[in-house]
Design a protein around this ligand. Sequence first.
Ligand SMILES: Cc1cc2nc3c(=O)[nH]c(=O)nc-3n(C[C@H](O)[C@H](O)[C@H](O)COP(=O)(O)O)c2cc1C
Ligand code: SF4
Ligand code: SF4
Length: 302
Amino acid sequence: MLQGQTATRVQVMAAMASSVLYWFSGSGNSLVVATALSEALGGVPLVPVVQALRLPAAKPAGVMGVVFPVYAFGLPNIVRRFLETVPLEADPYVFTVATPGVIPGNVHREAEAVLGQRGVALAAGWTVLMPESFSPLRLRLTVHRTATVLRRVNGRVADIAGAVREGRRGVRQDSLAPTAWAGAAVHRAAARFFPTAGSGFRVAEHCAACGLCARVCPVGNISVDNGKPAWGERCEWCFACMQWCPVGAIETTGLATNRLRYHHPAVTAEQIAAQTVSDDPPPPAETPADAPRGASTSRPPH
Ligand SMILES: Cc1cc2nc3c(=O)[nH]c(=O)nc-3n(C[C@H](O)[C@H](O)[C@H](O)COP(=O)(O)O)c2cc1C
Ligand code: SF4
Ligand code: SF4
């Protein structure tokens, strides 16, 4: 057993040379976790999932981590598409880090199933609790714990980095069954609804016509007509448009009132906007041959 673990550790350390951390984030929590993890692992390149989908890696990674929020007890649709298509090395060490507000649901087992269809094993799935970003549920009840949750992040990340270095396998930090099974059923229905969820947003009169909501949208689902946003039908329901509007002009309809806005205090709207892909051609590769194209070098302070 010990011998096996040592072998795994050596293999993972060797593969770290071609390691990548992918991230997807609406309100900044997952970007902060990914950045802290990158630093704890000695500067592993950070790549936005949004860019990786558009500009696949020049060379697949031997160690691949993916950091993302939990949406309705499961994977964001965009992260699922990414896991279905990302180029992978033979026998890679793949791990997931989910950043739910309260309940991870079945998110790591869902990732395991998606990868399994490609014949790839998920080595480990960790969960780092973060502040809740789903505004309709962000009641004052959950706001009081924001500071406490944020204080714990670096400790959790250090533990995960240590486990990755050891090549730990078999971790699944999902909710306990049957909560996870119930969550999986809810998630299947929600995932079908997400693309059209933009129709639930409204813009108030006091919109300053700044266009920021369109720039932070990770999938280009917002067009700006006469300075005012209009939503299309490829929404991820990440809530970035609502969270980052500088004047709080975006509201949701048909859900609870008293919607408090949240974004991670150390992240800027520009850093979220930077995960999207412009129509410009990709920059020439200037990083080592193993680093994928489109790697983001932006790092939030934390
Ligand atoms: C549409 C939506 C659904 C969510 N569903 C869940 C959930 O099922 N369980 C949970 O604990 N958090 C849920 N959250 C909260 C986020 O997963 C959490 O706040 C995450 O840290 C946000 O990450 P980000 O800032 O990187 O976008 C949801 C958020 C959104 C926007
Ligand atoms: S970010 Fe807010 S103020 Fe700016 S265009 Fe969008 S809704 Fe209007
Ligand atoms: S429209 Fe808003 S909620 Fe939908 S993907 Fe874009 S930023 Fe996220």
